[in-house]
Design a protein. Structure first.
Length: 218
């Protein structure tokens, strides 16, 4: 059994056996802390909505890996976390996805644009000054990721086919077949101060209103 003395004592009783086993499998103390905190905070939020004890909430995953609460199919949620940042979005009778990323420079951004952006997005991105390209990439990327998470199908759906309107970035120009662009709403999240080291890009994509909760973890 892993030493959990550095974990908030109130969190551990909230997790089920599978979540605790996953925590025990993580050798890095900080990763273990964050795993436990993410699961505990999610359960606490769901408990508030469902008026049910956090530890009693049954959470399972679809074949594609999307978590849901089978005993309360009307309540939907999605989470995204990176380093100390955690966002949880919750809604009723909705399709819902959230994604956050630290906007860190990467040498292969142009290659990712060629692979994952539609022509109209790529043309816009290449037209930007170099000083704006990193942030712009992650603003497009998080919206695409949030959408494919909302559908439950993941990136297999095709990020290139989830086309953001560069001039109206809260809207889609087009989506894969069976999804109508006008049915979806994009909310860009402003979660951190825009400094070189601490710029966090994020988006929630949904087809009905949602509540969004943001946490800074240990």
């Amino acid at each position: 059994m892993t030493d959990n003395s550095d974990i908030c004592p109130a969190y551990l009783p909230l997790l089920n056996s599978a979540e605790l086993a996953r925590a025990d499998s993580l050798s890095h103390p900080l990763m273990r802390q964050r795993h436990i905190e993410v699961r505990a905070r999610l359960r606490l939020l769901l408990a508030d909505y469902l008026q049910q004890a956090p530890a009693d909430i049954r959470i399972v995953r679809t074949e594609q890996g999307k978590p849901y609460v089978p005993d309360h199919p009307h309540l939907v949620f999605n989470i995204s976390h990176t380093a100390r940042q955690l966002v949880i979005a919750i809604a009723h009778q909705s399709q819902l996805g959230v994604d956050i990323e630290h906007a860190k420079p990467r040498a292969n951004l142009a290659a990712l644009v060629a692979k994952c952006f539609a022509d109209v997005e790529a043309t816009y991105w290449h037209s930007l000054p170099d000083t704006q390209k990193t942030t712009a990439f992650y603003r497009f990327w998080t919206k695409k990721e949030a959408f494919v998470k909302a559908t439950g199908r993941g990136i297999a759906l095709g990020l290139k086919d989830c086309v953001i309107n560069p001039l109206r970035p809260e809207t889609f120009l087009s989506l894969p077949k069976a999804y109508h662009p006008d049915s979806w709403r994009i909310i860009e999240l402003q979660l951190a101060t825009p400094t070189t080291d601490d710029l966090l890009c994020g988006a929630v994509v949904m087809d009905s209103p949602a509540d969004v909760c943001y946490f800074r973890m240990v």
